[in-house]
Design a protein around this ligand. Structure first.
Ligand SMILES: Cc1cc2nc3c(=O)[nH]c(=O)nc-3n(C[C@H](O)[C@H](O)[C@H](O)COP(=O)(O)O)c2cc1C
Length: 217
């Protein structure tokens, strides 16, 4: 093979843990909390709250990018972004997303299918104003996902805004805020030996009950 790398023999044995019915939680949020705490407490996991989020675009193709989970509760998973970004436009169009957490050292993956909606404005305000001023200005400066002429465009805009807001609070841009992804399916994947991994799927039924099933690896 010319100029291509063969990865056929790259193989890892997964043997750190297991996910069996007698040990799993009744609801996926409780199960998520258990695994998320494990990830947060694992020193080798640098950003336990980094997740991939896929949204489907108008051409029918999904687009996946990373964002940071900023809070979660019984209702869902909250992240912040620019509402006019590519993901923002997809979400406004479909109100759907798929989230993925992968913590390689724990040999764990979680896949979440969710309905997505904007959070209340006062919650976005609260989070925006809790961020360092530099991050607040960054959100104002960046027309996320739009084409810009060059790097200087951002740097110059930042300098201007730094002056403008030197002694003033930065208002949250209307097009920047939080989304909550409300799950209706959550799959927990635990690597196991011989590729016989554990896959436990929680499916929301009648908007209230979580049905638990096992999927073949
Ligand atoms: C680890 C990591 C965390 C990120 N967190 C966020 C975030 O919380 N919000 C955000 O808007 N972009 C975040 N980004 C940038 C996005 O991946 C992406 O480039 C940006 O949101 C524009 O995506 P879009 O054009 O598909 O909407 C993050 C990137 C990485 C690699």
């Amino acid at each position: 093979m010319n100029n291509s790398e063969n990865l056929h023999s790259k193989r890892r044995i997964y043997e750190k843990s297991q996910l069996i019915e007698s040990e799993i939680k009744e609801t996926p949020i409780e199960q998520f909390r258990d695994w998320f705490l494990d990830a947060e407490n694992a020193p080798e996991v640098s950003e336990a709250n980094a997740m991939a989020i896929s949204t489907v675009e108008k051409d029918g193709c999904p687009r996946t990018r990373m964002v940071l989970l900023k809070s979660y509760n019984g209702e869902g998973f909250i992240f912040y972004t620019n509402y006019d970004s590519r993901k923002g436009k997809s979400i406004e169009n479909t109100h759907q997303a798929c989230l993925n957490f992968f913590w390689p050292s724990l040999e764990r993956q979680i896949i979440i299918k969710a309905h997505v909606e904007k959070i209340a404005e006062h919650l976005s305000d609260g989070y925006f104003h809790s961020r360092p001023k530099g991050s607040q200005l960054g959100a104002v400066v960046s027309p996320q996902s739009q084409e810009i002429p060059n790097r200087d465009f951002l740097e110059n805009k930042l300098k201007d805004l730094e002056k403008e807001y030197e002694n003033k609070d930065v208002p949250r841009p209307e097009n920047w805020g939080g989304y909550i992804a409300k799950p209706y399916e959550m799959e927990f994947w635990q690597g196991r030996p011989n590729r016989l991994h554990d896959r436990v799927l929680y499916t929301l039924e009648d908007h209230i009950d979580w049905k638990i099933s096992r999927l073949a690896p």
